[in-house]
Design a protein around this ligand. Structure first.
Ligand code: HAS
Length: 553
């Protein structure tokens, strides 16, 4: 991999630090509402909560701040650092970087205002006919437009590097980062059309009725690649940073590139696996999307193999001999490594539960049950989030110049979060198999079945441990940023590969070809579906405010 030719500037550090600060404020509020949710669902502390707590407002805050804000700000910071380090050149434009940051932050403030004033209790999927205040939709739009601007900054940095290095393979760290943003541009087209042409005019009162099925289909065109927008930066860290943190090398660089490209191609034509139970879409297309979902799981299986081989190599470098001895030789006492490795273990279960979800008929057992949040707390809630926390233990010192305040607290964060999510997700998933619904204020409802009780309590215990781990993480970051006195001595970890980039076919660098293939797959998978939806589903839905049973006419 390329070494950093231009050391990072103070201006770049400040830009990336501010992204992390916003991410940390978001997750602080997000996990607070997460705690209230698990407690209230389990029927605990209801007397304390009853006077002021609004479950759907809390769930909207929790989903929007954790799944959309914490992730996006972290991704821009991590991938900007990855691109500029791997390419060994400064970011194309600091002003562009700040413009992206500014737009995203104003967007978060606008959406936050709408949620805070209880005018947007529509959850992070904002399905119509639930209607939010226009500030919510405008805020979501600005968040996305800001991320486009920040992504453009990385692509321009890459284009400048490519002009100066015509015959060289793109370093894997930059390759994965650029793939992430290309995927993001493709994915966000769906939600941009949904918000700008359907939801915003409807919420502003310019049109009175909308088409919920069309909106849901556009949302899930975006919603599934969205999960890979979260996952790919995690893979950038797992492939290109973690082997170095483990004291070894990445096993196979070309195989990692193949995984990134497969994720780019197959992550969009699969959105109907979120809509197996929806009307207006034919079963034949749902089945096609079910098969392509299995296709999009394949690069993650390649990743599991490649990472396991890399970690085994590292363990053997550290003196491991037998079949499993190498596992214990890995640096489990280093927070950055331990957090990332625990995230990988959680992702094994996240992946298995994803394949259960994807199976058309089995999905009908788990759909809209608490199984689904069990699945996504193992994926975005741990594989992604715990990896970001683990990377923060070197990234915040690197960006602030201050040593990590406490290694012990960081280690406790990683193990506690992992223990918490394993208990939480087991509770949610087992409850889901008993029919426990998701997105329901169970503590305040009369229909809780006795067989759900142990699993609700289990989820409350696990969720509380995750909350404590989150507080420890935020405490450690705050103390590092404000009070740590020791100077930091860290570099961006960049792993070399045993099978290097030069073994990869040149075709992997042909972005235009891959974009064309992606476009064809999207048209094949979505054109007939949109035609069906438009034929069957009318623009007839008035808006509903979540607090009222009467439509807005
Ligand atoms: Fe999912 C629902 C299917 C992956 C997130 N998913 C969701 C929702 C979210 C989400 C947020 O088919 C809820 C949406 C909502 O609000 O309604 N998902 C899948 C499949 C995968 C998958 C097939 N999901 C993710 C990822 C997410 C995410 C990644 C976030 C980052 N998901 C579904 C379906 C639904 C769904 C349906 C709809 C359910 C419904 O009915 O509503 C696959 O991509 C998973 C492939 C993963 C693997 C695992 C590979 C393992 C690796 C780790 C290696 C470990 C090592 C350990 C090396 C095959 C790479 C080393 C350790 C040592 C000790 C050495």
């Amino acid at each position: 991999m390329a070494a950093a030719a231009f050391p990072i500037t103070e201006g770049e550090k400040r830009l990336l630090r501010w992204h992390l600060y916003v991410a940390y404020i978001a997750i602080a509020v997000g996990i607070f509402f997460g705690l209230l949710q698990v407690l209230s669902r389990a029927g605990l502390f209801l007397d304390l909560l009853r006077p002021w707590y609004d479950y759907y407002q809390g769930l909207t805050f929790h989903g929007v701040l954790n799944a959309l804000v914490w992730t996006t700000f972290n991704i821009v910071a991590l991938l900007s650092l990855a691109v500029r380090t791997a390419l060994g050149r400064p970011l194309y434009s600091l002003s562009l970087g700040w413009t992206g940051f500014g737009l995203m932050t104003v967007g978060v403030a606008a959406a936050g205002y709408a949620i805070l004033t209880r005018q947007a209790n529509v959850l992070y999927t904002f399905y119509p006919p639930l209607m939010a205040h226009p500030a919510f939709y405008l805020g979501a739009t600005l968040l996305i437009v800001g991320s486009w601007v920040s992504g453009a900054n990385l692509i321009l940095t890459y284009a400048a590097w490519r002009r100066e290095n015509p015959g060289r393979r793109t370093p894997l760290m930059a390759f994965g980062s650029i793939t992430t943003f290309v995927l993001w541009y493709i994915a966000t087209l769906g939600v941009a059309i949904e918000v700008l042409f359907l939801l915003l005019p409807w919420s502003l009162g310019l049109v009175r009725q909308t088409n919920p099925m069309l909106a849901r289909t556009l949302f899930w065109y975006f919603g599934h690649p969205l999960v890979y927008f979260w996952l790919l930066p995690t893979y950038v860290a797992w492939y290109t940073m973690v082997p170095r943190l483990a004291g070894g090398k990445l096993y196979n660089d070309p195989m990692a590139r193949l995984a990134f490209l497969m994720l780019l191609l197959f992550s969009t034509p699969v959105g109907l696996h979120h809509q197996y139970a929806d009307p207006a879409i034919g079963q034949e297309w749902k089945l096609v999307h079910a098969f392509s979902t299995f296709l999009v799981a394949t690069p993650s299986l390649l990743t599991a193999f490649n990472l396991m081989a890399s970690l085994e190599h590292a363990g053997r470098q550290r003196g491991g001999r037998g079949r499993i001895d190498w596992i214990f030789r890995l640096p489990w006492g280093e927070p950055a490594f331990a957090g990332a490795a625990l995230s990988m273990i959680a992702f094994i279960f996240g992946g298995i539960s994803g394949i259960v979800n994807a199976s058309y008929n089995v999905n009908l057992v788990v759909h809209n049950t608490s199984w689904v949040p069990g699945h996504f707390h193992l994926t975005v809630g741990t594989a992604v989030t715990l990896t970001f926390m683990a990377m923060a233990t070197w990234m915040v010192p690197y960006l602030t110049g201050r040593a990590l305040w406490s290694r012990k607290v960081a280690l406790a964060t990683m193990y506690l979060w992992f223990a918490g999510v394993m208990i939480f997700s087991t509770g949610m998933m087992r409850g889901g198999l008993e029919g426990e619904p998701r997105r329901s204020n169970l503590g305040f409802s009369p229909y809780v079945l006795p067989e759900w009780r142990p699993f609700l309590i289990m989820a409350a215990v696990g969720g509380t441990l995750m909350f404590i781990a989150g507080v420890l993480f935020l405490l450690n970051m705050a103390m590092t940023i404000w009070f740590s006195k020791q100077p930091a001595q860290v570099e961006v970890p960049m792993a070399e590969a045993l099978h290097p980039a030069e073994d990869a076919p040149w075709a992997f660098e042909r972005w235009r070809v891959w974009l064309a293939v992606a476009a064809v797959l999207i048209v094949v998978a979505y054109a007939p579906v949109l035609r069906q939806v438009l034929q069957v589903s009318p623009f007839s839905a008035y808006g509903y405010l979540p607090s009222s049973a009467a439509p807005i006419r």
